[in-house]
Structure formats: structure tokens, C-alpha cells
Design a protein around this ligand. Sequence first.
Ligand code: NAP
Length: 478
Amino acid sequence: MPAQIGVTGLAVMGANLARNFARNGYTVALHNRSVAKTDALLAAHGDEGDFIRTETLAELVENLEVPRRVLIMVKAGAPVDAVIEQLVPLLEAGDIVIDAGNSHYEDTRRREAALAEKGLHFVGVGVSGGEEGALLGPSIMPGGSRESYDALGPMLEKISAKVDGEPCCAWIGTDGAGHFVKMVHNGIEYADMQVIGEAYDLLRSGAGIEPAEQAAIFADWNKGDLASFLIEITAEVLGHVDAKTGKPFIDVVVDSAGQKGTGRWTVVSGLDLGSPVSGIAESVFARALSSQRGQRAEAQTALEGAVSEVALPENFVEDVRQALYASKLVSYAQGLDMLTSAAGEYGWDLKLDEIASLWRAGCIIRAELLKDITKAYAGGARPANLLFAPAFRDAIAAALPAWRRVVATAVQLGIPVPVFSSSLAYYDGLRRDRLPAALTQGLRDLFGAHTYGRIDAEGTFHTLWGGDKSEVAAVDTH
Ligand code: NAP
């Protein structure tokens, strides 16, 4: 029997996806550059389903039903191009090459265009859920042509996570749309983790609540509107005691976090698209600052840290919970807004309700909140910003007093809360009647004749700053 799918790249993610397909009844042809990984997988899990062992890509391709589906799960970047280059001469028009790794969406757009010229489908698939998700049911975000989804989608839906029987997998849009959405998912994940960290820091350094007690607080929060995978595992991590020292585990972990991957890509794309993903950007920068360990050590003695005496607000823990909820909501709003901008830029018809719905399970940002986000965009509803959807508008209004108290208290205490505070600044920036951008425009016109618009007339204008300061209509240079 030919296999319905071939998987090449059998490190942890590829091996688990291959097992997931096999456990769901598909025959899976296996390949890895070094055969040892193929044999290790078969030795440990060969009895979980129907696998075909192959040693070369040619053998892999020979064992597949037509149209052939080859899923690549190798290290992102040059290795993906190397595998594609070897695969393409072995395939025929109509076959489907799938890249399920964490590739950059621009690479996916480039590869899709190149393979389309040869009559091949190239499908960039965002997969979230880590090792365990890959095996038990990830959240899956496939791009590529609609036609390729007809041949591939049902298989991906079958192995995906489910919510009330509904698969956490849907066709996202053409070319790099799947990888773009996965990238933004990861950006939101960065912000989600940072706001949790800021809440932890405020409760620890501001209110003196020790990790074990915080574990109970986070477990309690996980029963309400913050319920999510990341809040759940925060309770677990904070409750964990280091066996070696008997100290809270969190106190023996080096406090610096890396920021090279998809979070950084999200911010770079946000800048390119002019999309204000400030919460995600602050999360990436917070990790960058945490990694400057030399400067941080010097700052302990070099920099003054005078802070005001502050009486904590009466219900500080509840205030922090509300600030966390509001800031988290802003991160989702910013991420979804960036998807809208990207849809316009790249010609994708992104359905935000479907995207929110396939993040409800299987992936790292899975959260109760996503059910409400799905509802906010259901039936073609398109609030210009998630925060304008009635349910969220009211929720943020209710959290606002606590959010302001928490940010003000943090500033007085000298506890950095970059995402709590930048999210509040975004919120206030959105709702301000007049922004100081008018002054920016005035300055730019003075030093560089960059021109400006008027609130009371069409067109663009320039003031003769070096002359009699009269205003002239600017010449349209476009
Ligand atoms: P990995 O460590 O990123 O890559 C190792 C695999 O790539 C091995 O099978 C290796 O083959 C193969 N490889 C490397 N260079 C190659 C080349 N030039 N030609 C052919 N094969 C090559 O594996 P991973 O951790 O399983 O991750 C795979 C992908 O999934 C990556 O894109 C990663 O970013 C992504 N990922 C996603 C998640 C998630 O939650 N979605 C989690 C982790 C990783 P050999 O065994 O022969 O060296």
C-alpha cells in the first residue's frame, strides 16, 4: 500500500507529527537525512501504525500515493531550501510539498512562487503546540493554494487539536499566510508571557507574595476570564521547589531570556506594515534587556533607584489581575490588527473568527478568551479593532481604573511593567481626540519641508518658515 503522506526530518517535531498521522490511520513513509533517526523512531514507536521505512528521498517519493504529499520538518532556513532542491526533480505536477517548520513567511512566499512555476503546490504550514501538541493534536495554520488544501486539509484536520469536535485547523490563505499567522501567534505568545511576568514581579516585589502563595493565586485566576494554558503552567512553575537547594525553582533560574525567533520577526513585520504591535515589541525588548547581564550588573551600583513611598492600593492582587487581563487583551487586539494590515498588503482574505477559533486548543496561547474573540468576529462581523467589540469594550472599561492604579503604582515602586504600561498608552493613544502627531508634522515641515494636512481643507500644505511664514499649497510630487 502506498503511503498517504511522507515525512522527511524526524527530529522531535517531525517524528511526533509522523506518529500522529499514523495513529490516525494514515500510512506514513518516513525519511531522515541520517537513517539512524528513522530507525530510532521505528524501534520505539513502529507498532503505533503503518510506517514505511525509506533511506533516500527518491525512495520516499516512490512510496507515496498520487498526488504525493511530502511534509518537510527540518531546521528552518537553508536546510528547507536544500531539501526542496533535492525533492523537486523527483516530483510531478500536482504533487504537494509541505513545510511545517517555523519558516519565515517571506521564504514561504518565495518558495511557493518558485514551485508553482513547476506545477507543484507548496504549502507553508504553521504548527503550534510544541512536542506534545505535534503528537497529540496541534493547532495547524496551513497556507498555500485552496486546491492544495482540498487534497491535504482533511488529513491535517484529522491530526489537529479539537474543540467540541471542531478541528483547530483551517485554510488560512494563499502562499505565506499560514506562516504569517503562526508568526503573529508566537508574537502574542511573547506578550502573553511578558504580562504574566510583570504580574508576578508586582506581586513579588511590590506586595511581597512568595512564589508558593502566587502559585495558588495563579491557579485561582485560571478559573476565571484569564483561564489559559500559560496561566495554568505559571501556577505549576511558581509552585515548583528546586530539589537541590529547597528554594523556589524560580529563584535558581537565570533571569535572562533570548529573543531571536518569531517574536522578533513579528515586530520587524509590524514595523514594515506600520502596525503598532507595541506590546509584542516591548516583550521582545524586555527579553533583550534581560540578556544584557553585564550592564545590568553594573547598573546595580551605577544607577540611582530612588522610589517613592507607596501605599499599595487596597485590592492590589485583584487590581493586578485586571491589569493583566486588559494588557493581554490589547496584545491580542494588536496582533489581530496586524493580521488585518497584512491581509491588505499581501491580498489574503484572512478570517479572524476562524483564526481565533483554531487558536482555542492545541497551541501555546490557547485560552478561554479566544472563544469570546471568535464570537466577536463571527458571522462576518468586522470591528475595526477587537477592543471595539461590545464584550471587550465593556470588559476593558471595567478593568480600566485598576489598570491605571497598577501602572501608576509600578512606576512609583520602580518595577518595570513595559507591556502593562505600553498597552495602556496604546489604549489611551487610540481614544485621544488629538494626538501630538500634529506637532511632529509641524516640526517636520519646518526642518525638512515635509508638508502637512489641515483639519479644515483638502490637500497638503507648507509654511514658508524661513520667509514670511505664509502658507502655500504643496506641490504634489507623486
Ligand atoms: P530541528 O532541530 O530544527 O532540525 C533537525 C532536523 O533537521 C533533523 O531531522 C536534521 O536531520 C534535519 N536537517 C538539518 N539540516 C538538514 C539538511 N541540510 N538537510 C536535510 N535535513 C536537515 O528539529 P525540530 O526541533 O524537530 O524542529 C523542526 C522544525 O519545527 C523547525 O522549523 C522548528 O523551528 C519547528 N519547531 C516547531 C515547534 C512548534 O511548537 N511548532 C517546536 C519546535 C520546533 P539529521 O538528523 O540528519 O541531522
